[in-house]
Design a protein around this ligand. Structure first.
Ligand SMILES: C[S@@+](CC[C@H](N)C(=O)[O-])C[C@H]1O[C@@H](n2cnc3c(N)ncnc32)[C@H](O)[C@@H]1O
Length: 283
């Protein structure tokens, strides 16, 4: 029987943990986070796309497991004619949707295997998302290049140096440009990563920012890392980088939506928010 890891945040994707893998909460710096998460996403990309690709849609834009689409939410505003960067773009589904709406979207992702899937879908659909391998904390673009920077569950919760990632988004945006992103709703970090009723019982401190770490029990090698910030942390981060926060969406679980994605499910979605979508404009 698969036993959910009680330490894990919701967006973690190994359920259950592989045999030799253990988890803990401990400090991890930016280099170690990246060294773990790049190869982890390379190894997981095929399964991720096979499992979630149809739900995401080759040229679809969903903000999270609840299925809220950008067409409904309109968090980015009108993207037609805009220069748009997706950070943590995976297979580029969201950027492809932006392109079908007339935006000049480009993708950036840490994982070459995710980017190979992006190329595959480019070929299948004929909607090409120019993409680059890189990290959110060191964007390979000139200052004031983009009108919109966004992440749909991409990059931000995998980054340790989040001040730098937010500063990088601000740097590449033009004045007045928009930064929008979805993350696991911060309150979920107080609960076990379990889609059943057991995941409705708070068992960890919401205020404990110690990262979630998976490591190999034989070698000690860190294989996966996620970082937690409270809602208050996000407000302070955005304000500190000169952004004006104007949107916080907490999508409700839709009636009749019975898809299970990691710790997300109708059972928990009835009581707890699973996703937060924030949008802020650069001064
Ligand atoms: C949950 S997936 C989301 C991808 C896509 N937005 C989607 O909805 O499928 C997270 C993505 O963030 C990428 N990622 C992780 N750390 C990153 C970093 N430091 N910089 C850029 N991308 C990163 C991963 O490789 C992965 O493709």
């Amino acid at each position: 029987m698969s036993v959910p890891d009680p330490l894990a945040p919701d967006s973690r994707h190994h359920a259950p943990l592989p045999d030799s893998t253990r988890s803990q909460r401990r400090e991890v710096d930016e280099e170690e986070s990246r060294r773990a998460n790049g190869p982890d996403w390379d190894a997981y990309a095929d399964e991720y796309q096979a499992t979630h690709g149809a739900f995401l849609g080759d040229a679809g834009f969903v903000w999270g497991p609840e299925g809220l689409t950008e067409a409904e939410a309109r968090v980015l505003g009108d993207v037609a004619g805009k220069d748009v960067l997706e950070v943590g773009s995976g297979a580029g589904q969201c950027s492809r949707w932006v392109r079908t709406r007339g935006g000049r979207a480009v993708g950036l992702d840490l994982s070459w295997r995710q980017l190979q899937h992006s190329r595959r879908i480019d070929d299948d659909t004929g909607v090409v998302v120019p993409s680059v391998q890189g990290t959110a904390t060191d964007l390979p673009f000139a200052d004031a290049t983009y009108d919109v920077v966004f992440c749909s569950f991409g990059a931000l919760q995998f980054v340790s140096d989040i001040e730098l990632a937010v500063a990088e988004a601000a740097r590449v945006l033009r004045p007045g440009g928009r930064f929008a992103f979805s993350i696991t709703h911060p309150t979920r970090w107080a609960f076990a990563d379990d889609p059943s009723e057991a995941g409705l019982v708070a068992s960890q401190s919401y205020w404990d920012r110690t990262p979630y770490v998976e490591f190999d029990s034989d070698t000690g090698r860190v294989s996966y890392v996620e970082h937690h910030r409270t809602l208050g942390d996000w407000v302070a981060l955005l304000a500190g980088a000169g952004f004006r926060l104007h949107t916080l969406l907490e999508p409700e679980w839709p009636e009749g939506h019975d898809r299970v994605w990691g710790g997300w499910s109708a059972v928990r979605g009835k009581y707890l928010p699973g996703t937060a979508v924030l949008a802020a404009d650069r001064g």
